[in-house]
Structures are given as structure tokens and as C-alpha cells.
Design a protein around this ligand. Structure first.
Ligand code: BG6
Length: 478
């Protein structure tokens, strides 16, 4: 008999509003951060000295504007999730559907009503929604007016958004996440939190300021959620993947530890309710002063998360050797030293199923809180065969090995794991590249990188495979 998980395990899939909804100007929606992020070489318009485009032009294509049009297809899509037996659907809310500019007094009822329909559709099939409040998303108006998360007033706008959605959906949504991949702020500062650097502005200082404001906002949101919904669970979300030292030379081990701390910093605070000593020392060393206010420490303490959510696509590796360190490759938005023992996906993300078990154990050892794998999957190109089928064995193999490793962590190591929501059950726009051809789905969507296609949905081979995995709670993986 193969190992399997218990029946309450939350199997499912994860998406984000900005990558799937489309309908960017329907239902009273305002312009969100990703709506001004084009496809192509100008996609990440952030670095100091580079022109930052905060307006839409007609020279670029903007993939979020239509995306996969989940806005109009959600019933069909959720029905397919239900057909696979999903117990959980992780999704995010578009801030600008609810507060188009972010600073209005009253929310947009049409936006709220849309998500009522989405949740009702999930609950009809007994699928638990797991909702990310902010997944690489915020009103462009708040970037232009306040400089986004650099400005402390963002905390109030975010909390207003939270209060509105917690009150509205308290009987429909039990699981929440405050920020998607909060540590991505270090790597994709514009996409993750709207950071635009002014001339002469110190990048490190600006990032820490954004981080501090997001951490305070997150803690306030957790407390508020618990007051409004005493039975809810609120998590943080880490772009996860443990860091390996390139060799066992102590200098490499130390380097990997330091890099890993930079990664953990955010959720150390969200989970423990205070800044870790190492981070305080870093701030001191860099002469960075944050805008601490009288009760910030108390707020952080009162708003610790209930679970640790994380994404896992690959492990990472670091070294103190300055020659090897030049040989870096992608690991999600991170740059990692190439690990000679691993193969990589077409986009250079190194594939390491055992790394998932290692990461699960590392996170549980560190935090002693329930974990939730809220993203894991393979971005790959798919081809449709003559008979119309999509034989994505590479995706099945990636998921199989990762799920095996996850089950080992639970069954063999005793890691408490709430669920697994694959990224993404349906093809959608890639966050980093804006491509459609970087497909993660077990459901295919007919659309190409130039934005053309019928949007027709199609079940891939992996659809039927994942259905069986869920049906057997992971016992049948072949
Ligand atoms: C995670 C994000 O970093 O990775 C998702 O939370 C993203 O939004 C996913 O889509 C995969 O990355 P990409 O760049 O291949 O879409």
C-alpha cells in the first residue's frame, strides 16, 4: 500500500486575480498595478534610472487586460475544479474591483457582488475558498498619490479594504492570506508592492520601509480578521525553497544561512511578532532607521499568523566563492547559484522534489505552526496533438515527484500540513514574463503570447491524473 494523506487534507489549486480575471475595465474596476505592466522587455519598469511607466500606452500589449477572462468564465472554470474533486481553491481579490482608486469612502458594490458569486460557486461544490488579500496588486492611484507602500498611509487603505472584505465574506471564507510572497519585495519590488525609486533614493532603505509598513498592515489584518471571524485562520505567504550551501566549506554554509535569513525575515516577523535580532543588526549596520511608532511593537505581537503558507518551485543554492557566484540562474524571481545536481525547466528553474520535503521540515522546525503549500507546479510549453489531446507527462512527472515528497514529509516526518494548492490548475498569464506559453495548468486555455486565441478550455492528460490523486488522497500517483 502506498502512503496517503487523511481525508481532511485541502487538495486544490491556486490562481491570482491579476493573472486570470481580465475584464480590467468592467464592473467599475479601477486600474491596478499589473494593468500597467506590459508584455515584453519593458515588463519590469522599476529600476532606478529606468523610465517608470505608470500609464498605459498603445505601443505595448498588456496581458492582464483580458488574461484568461476568468471574470466571464468563472462558473465553467470552477465546475472543472469541482470535477477534479478540489477541496480548496486559492484565489486573490482584485483591490481595484472593490476600491477602484484605493482611497474612496465607500466600496464598489459591483466588485463585491462579483466575488460573492465566485464564492457561492465554490461553496456549491463544497470547495473552501482560500483568499489572498493582496497578490501583486494595488491601485495605481495609490502609487501615484502616495508612492505606494513607502508611505505609511497605505496601512490605513489596506486595512479599510480588509475590513470591507472580512465583513462581507465572513460567512463564506474561512482561510485568508494577507500578502502573497511577501519576501518577493526584495526581488520584484515594483510588481510586489509598487515601489518606484526616486533619484538618489536608497534602495535598501526604501525596501525596508515598504516591508515595515506591509508587516504592520499584515499584523493589523490578522487581528481584525480574528475579531470579525473568530473561527478563521490567517496565514502569511513565503516564496519558499530552502537555500543549500554550494559546498560544506564553512564560508559557504554561512553565506547560505545569511541569504536564507534575508528570505525568512518577513515571515519571521509575521510568525513570531517581532523583528529577529539578525535583522535589527543589519538595519543598524546599514544605518537604516524605520518609522517605528509608539505601538508598532504591540501591533506586531498581537497579529501573528495562524499558519505558514508558501510557494515551492525550486530550491536555491549560495556560495561565498566570488567566481562561482557569477554563475547564477533563475529560481523564480531569485537568482541562485547553479546546483550541479539538478536539472532545470525550460525557464531555468531547477527541479528538486526532495527540496520540498527539506523546505517543509525547515519551516516546521523554525515556526512550529501548521504549513500550507499554496503554490507548486511546472511552467512548460504544451503542444496539442492531431487528435486534440495534450499529453503533458512532464507536468505529471514534476507533480508526482513533489507530491510524493510532500507525503513523505507528512507521513514520515510528522509535518502538519493543511493542504496543497497547485499553481495553477488552469493556464494563466505568467507573473514574471507575461507569457501565456509558460503554462502551469492541468486545464489548457487557447490563447497565445500575443494575446490571440478563442479562450476555449481543454482538459490535459494531467487533469485526469490529478483527479485520481485527489480521489485517493495521494495513494495513487501513477
Ligand atoms: C509565484 C507567484 O511567484 O510564482 C505567482 O505567486 C506566479 O503569481 C508563480 O505566477 C509562477 O511564476 P511565473 O513567473 O512563472 O508566473
Amino acid at each position: 500500500m502506498n502512503k496517503k494523506l487523511t481525508s481532511g487534507f485541502l487538495w486544490g489549486g491556486a490562481t491570482a486575480a491579476n493573472q486570470c480575471e481580465g475584464a480590467w475595465q468592467e464592473g467599475g474596476k479601477g486600474i491596478g498595478l499589473i494593468d500597467i505592466v506590459p508584455y515584453g522587455p519593458d515588463r519590469m519598469p522599476v529600476a532606478k534610472g529606468k523610465k517608470v511607466m505608470l500609464d498605459i500606452d498603445d505601443k505595448h500589449q498588456y496581458p492582464s487586460h483580458e488574461a484568461i477572462d476568468f471574470f466571464h468564465h468563472f462558473k465553467e472554470d470552477i465546475a472543472m475544479f469541482a470535477e477534479m474533486g478540489f477541496k480548496c481553491y486559492r484565489m486573490s481579490l482584485s483591490w481595484t474591483r472593490i476600491f477602484p482608486n484605493g482611497d474612496e469612502d465607500l466600496p464598489n458594490e459591483q466588485g463585491l457582488a462579483f466575488y460573492d458569486q465566485v464564492f457561492d460557486e465554490c461553496l456549491k461544490y463544497e470547495i473552501e475558498p482560500l483568499v489572498t488579500v493582496c497578490h501583486f496588486d494595488l491601485p495605481v492611484h495609490l502609487i501615484k498619490k502616495f508612492g505606494a507602500w513607502k508611505n505609511r498611509s497605505m496601512i490605513d487603505y489596506y486595512i479599510k479594504f480588509c475590513k470591507t472584505i472580512f465583513k462581507r465574506y465572513k460567512n463564506k471564507v474561512k482561510y485568508w492570506i494577507t500578502f502573497n510572497e511577501i519576501n518577493m519585495l526584495n526581488h520584484l519590488p515594483f510588481t510586489s508592492c509598487g515601489l518606484v525609486l526616486e533619484n538618489n533614493e536608497d534602495e535598501k532603505h526604501a525596501k525596508y520601509l515598504c516591508a515595515h509598513h506591509e508587516l504592520i498592515a499584515s499584523a493589523k489584518a490578522v487581528k481584525l480578521a480574528h475579531e470579525i471571524m473568530p473561527d478563521c485562520m490567517v496565514g502569511c505567504m513565503l516564496a519558499g525553497g530552502s537555500f543549500y550551501p554550494y559546498t560544506c566549506a564553512p564560508a559557504d554554509v554561512w553565506q547560505a544561512k545569511q541569504t536564507e535569513r534575508g528570505n525568512y525575515f518577513f515571515i519571521d516577523v509575521q510568525s513570531r511578532g517581532e523583528y529577529p535580532n539578525y535583522a535589527l543588526k543589519w538595519l543598524e549596520k546599514d544605518g537604516i532607521e524605520l518609522d517605528w511608532q509608539a505601538n508598532d511593537k504591540e501591533i506586531l505581537k498581537e497579529g501573528t499568523v495562524d499558519f505558514i503558507g508558501f510557494s515551492y518551485y525550486c530550491s536555491r543554492c549560495d556560495t561565498a566563492d566570488s567566481e562561482i557566484t557569477l554563475n547564477r540562474m533563475a529560481a523564480n524571481a531569485f537568482r541562485t547559484v547553479r546546483n550541479p545536481y539538478l536539472k532545470a525547466s525550460e525557464w531555468g528553474w531547477q527541479i528538486d522534489p526532495l527540496g520540498l520535503r527539506i523546505t517543509l521540515n525547515d519551516l516546521y522546525d523554525r515556526y512550529q505552526k501548521p504549513l500550507f503549500i499554496v503554490e507548486n507546479g511546472l511552467g512548460a510549453k504544451d503542444t496539442i496533438t492531431k487528435d486534440g489531446s495534450i499529453e503533458d507527462d512532464y507536468r505529471i512527472s514534476y507533480m508526482k515527484e513533489h507530491i510524493k515528497s510532500m507525503i513523505d514529509a507528512v507521513v514520515e516526518d510528522g509535518v502538519p500540513l493543511m493542504g496543497y494548492t497547485m499553481w495553477s490548475p488552469i493556464d494563466l498569464v505568467s507573473a514574471s514574463t507575461g507569457e501565456m506559453s509558460k503554462r502551469y495548468g492541468v486545464i489548457y486555455v487557447d490563447k497565445d503570447d500575443s494575446g490571440k486565441g478563442t479562450l476555449i478550455r481543454k482538459r490535459k492528460k494531467s487533469f485526469y491524473w490529478y483527479k485520481k490523486v485527489i480521489e485517493t488522497n495521494g495513494e495513487v500517483l501513477d
